[in-house]
Design a protein around this ligand. Structure first.
Ligand code: NAD
Length: 696
């Protein structure tokens, strides 16, 4: 909990001229930009302002409050819900008591001001009923450490005196809103309140005052922990060693696909690996097992991380991966059974059925933390949440004793019918959600089109290419379009065994495993046989034959470790089936590629690994192959200008159509998706029709 305090980032110049709603967005973005203030997606802010009622033209009091979903750090004005304060106040007359508080959520849409489509969140009454203009509700690690410590009420008083009050644990909702109102009325001088096992509320008369109070109150907790814990070993001191970085990565790269395969039966999971200092300190400590078993505390946390992590049986003092891998099935099954028992113990008549019982957080002593979720962003954020929980446990256990939320309370949050309703409203996952693909030659014309197609459908993509500049440019473009979470770039020369092995390891550490390999890296060359140098011949063989063997071998190894099938698509060429003059090296290497695919289809079938081929022809646009001397050679061979080539190929085709990278991508996508689940050893020509390449 020690460390430097939070800086006051308020800039009067930036805030000048903003109306209350925009000022609230500005304040929210400042607060949400630092995870020590609040976790991703956690916390909310509000402002009560006078607006003109569109129905009457008269001034009315409106609550602007962060709406359901979204994140304070990146929220825009459309992330705010707006509600008539008068109507919110009137809800008190409809309230039948705490047993019925969930019903009140259904009334919130009736209070909407100005047809704002942003849904109001469950926390809305917490802001509405605090009789102050500006309210912040944050989840700062330093304050939650106080809120989750045994004797948190006394601690709060010791640190803050009369300035900050304390309320016992209460699930967020209408009742807690009323509690907060009562507290404010009885303590008009208080600047805020600590909520047990939850977080912090602060308020002010202006946006700036509210922000500065929030920062000041959190800084006081940070400073206090700093002086209390200085020189004290965290978590009871060091109990086990931490492996060197490269060994940690190697162990994680073996464990992640194995775990992924065991937890992906109902839904494919994407992984995230974190071996930051905070994680390593916790997992290397004496108290790790004891604290981990107590579960995380802040309500947001276990919605993402589940109540507790799974500690993987691995001893960094005597690393024995085979024994750990052999012990994993039983450890994972025990976790699932415990979750089922927890659900059975705590469920109420209205509780939703048990969700996926697998652990989200896997702590590997000496190595790091692995998290798995339905997509990369959720896996990353779940990891971040557990780091928040570690920070909370570090603080609370240093000054007192860390107290997890009682099991039933945790369950009531995790399986809250209102949370379930939110989950049910989520859009159906895309067809390739949870799938991880590696595309070689991913920075090229066809490779990047394939990556886009797979990303469109929800896959995570690792672009692998030898051309670093193109790789960086493609990664940047795709990250901007789809989010940095789902795109990675790794420099691989597919002809180099070590490169391929290292590249696959990186890919595994980024996403936890692999489902789809698109082997597409390539070149084109033309030369009569008498002029073909050995170097040119070998280059074709190296990239198109050996390269395809090397990446396939690595993918097969991974697929077998993951035990969840697999999918390989080769991008070969019409020229692998149809002989072409003056291109024997290229044609022969492409033919080898096609036959390799068939052999692998045969070999992989029993493990559910499919291998298929797409044969493009004459894809001029976007292709780097067609920007160099190959284009000139082809034009010369046909005795025409390079500008006429596209038209030449179009009119040569049976369908009289040009072929684009997107057309190849569509065929690759089909073979990579479950739509072709019953096809292996197949070839799809995407060449606008060419009799020579008909398969038989
Ligand atoms: P491209 O040149 O735009 O892309 C090929 C990519 O492979 C490039 O980014 C390149 O850097 C990469 N690459 C080359 N050698 C590599 C190596 N050793 N390791 C890793 N990456 C390497 O060409 P494209 O048209 O997109 O071609 C993609 C595939 O399609 C190739 O296999 C090609 O033979 C095949 N193909 C293309 C056409 C066409 O008309 N464009 C026709 C038939 C087959």
């Amino acid at each position: 909990m020690a460390g430097s305090g939070l800086a006051n980032l308020w800039d009067d110049a930036a805030a000048t001229g903003l109306d209350e709603a925009d000022l609230l967005v500005y304040r929210s973005n400042l607060l949400g930009s630092d995870k020590r203030i609040t976790n991703y997606g956690g916390g909310n802010t509000s402002a009560k302002a006078t607006e003109t009622d569109p129905l009457t033209g008269k001034p009315v009091e409106v609550l602007w409050v962060k709406g359901s979903g979204g994140d304070l750090g990146t929220m825009r004005r459309d992330g705010l819900a707006s509600l008539y304060m008068e109507k919110l106040e009137a809800l008190k007359g409809l309230y039948k008591g705490v047993a019925f508080e969930d019903e009140m959520v259904g009334y919130l849409p009736h209070c909407t001001f100005n047809l704002n489509p942003r849904a109001a969140s469950i926390d809305t009454p917490l802001h509405a009923f605090v009789p102050r203009k500006h309210v912040d509700h944050m989840h700062p690690d330093a304050v939650i450490a106080i809120a989750c410590a045994k004797g948190s009420r006394e601690l709060t008083q010791k640190i803050y005196g009369e300035e900050i009050g304390w309320l016992p644990w209460k699930r967020p909702g209408f009742e807690l809103g009323l509690w907060l109102e009562k507290f404010c009325r009885e303590n008009p001088k208080a600047a805020g309140v600590v909520l047990e096992s939850h977080g912090l509320f602060t308020w002010g008369d202006t946006s700036k005052e509210c922000y500065e109070t929030t920062i000041r109150i959190i800084n006081r907790a940070i400073d206090w922990f700093g002086s209390e814990t200085a020189g004290k070993p965290a978590f009871g001191g060091v109990a086990r060693k931490t492996l060197p970085a490269e060994e940690r990565r190697s162990v994680a790269a073996r464990l992640m696909p194995a775990i992924r395969g065991m937890i992906s039966a109902a839904e494919r999971k994407v992984g995230h690996f974190d071996d930051s200092d905070a994680v390593l300190e916790f997992i290397g400590s004496r108290d790790m097992e004891k604290l981990a078993a107590l579960g995380t505390s802040c309500p947001d946390h276990f919605l993402r991380t589940k109540r507790s992590p799974l500690v993987v049986p691995f001893d960094p003092a005597a690393p024995d991966l085979e024994t750990t891998l052999a012990a994993l099935p039983a450890a994972l099954e025990a976790y699932r059974q415990e979750h089922a028992a927890y659900h059975a113990r705590c469920k109420r008549p209205v509780s939703p059925p048990m969700r996926d019982p697998n652990a989200v957080v896997y702590l590997v002593p000496g190595v790091g933390m692995i998290t798995f979720a339905k997509d990369k962003a959720t896996a990353r954020v779940s990891g971040e949440f557990y780091v928040n929980a570690i920070n909370v446990m570090r603080g609370a256990s240093a000054v007192s004793e860390y107290v997890g939320l009682p099991e039933q309370e945790a369950f009531d949050i995790e399986y809250w019918v209102l949370e379930e309703a939110k989950l049910q409203r989520l859009p159906k996952p895309k067809a390739l959600a949870g799938r991880v693909a590696l595309v070689t030659g991913g920075a090229g014309g066809i490779g990047s089109a394939v990556a886009r197609r797979l990303l469109d459908d929800g896959a995570c993509v690792v672009l692998a290419d030898i051309d670093e500049a193109a790789l960086e440019a493609t990664k940047t473009e795709l990250s901007g379009r789809y989010s940095a979470d789902v795109v990675r770039g790794v420099r691989i020369d597919v002809t180099k065994e070590d490169d391929v092995i290292a590249g696959f390891k990186t890919a595994v550490l980024e996403f936890g495993g692999l489902d789809i390999l698109v082997s597409n890296a390539g070149l084109a060359s033309a030369s009569p046989i008498e002029d073909t140098s050995l170097a040119l011949w070998t280059k074709n063989m190296d990239i198109l034959s050996t390269g395809y063997f090397l990446v396939s071998r690595e993918a097969f190894r991974l697929f077998r470790a993951q035990k969840a099938g697999g999918n390989v698509v080769f991008v070969a060429s019409k020229n692998g089936l149809a002989a072409s003059p003056n291109a024997s090296a290229y044609c022969t290497a492409k033919a080898a590629e096609i036959h390799l695919a068939r052999c692998l289809a045969l070999e992989g079938a029993e493990a559910g690994i499919r291998v298929n081929t797409v044969n493009p022809d004459a894809v001029l646009r976007g292709s780097k192959i067609w920007s160099g001397e190959w284009k000139e050679q082809r034009a010369a061979a046909y005795n025409m200008s390079t500008d006429d080539l596209e038209e030449h190929y179009r009119s040569r085709s049976m369908l009289k159509r040009s072929v684009y990278p997107e057309d190849i991508a569509e065929a690759v996508w089909f073979l990579a998706s479950d739509l072709s689940a019953k096809s292996t050893g197949n070839i799809i020509n995407v060449d606008a029709g060419n009799q020579q390449s008909f398969t038989r």
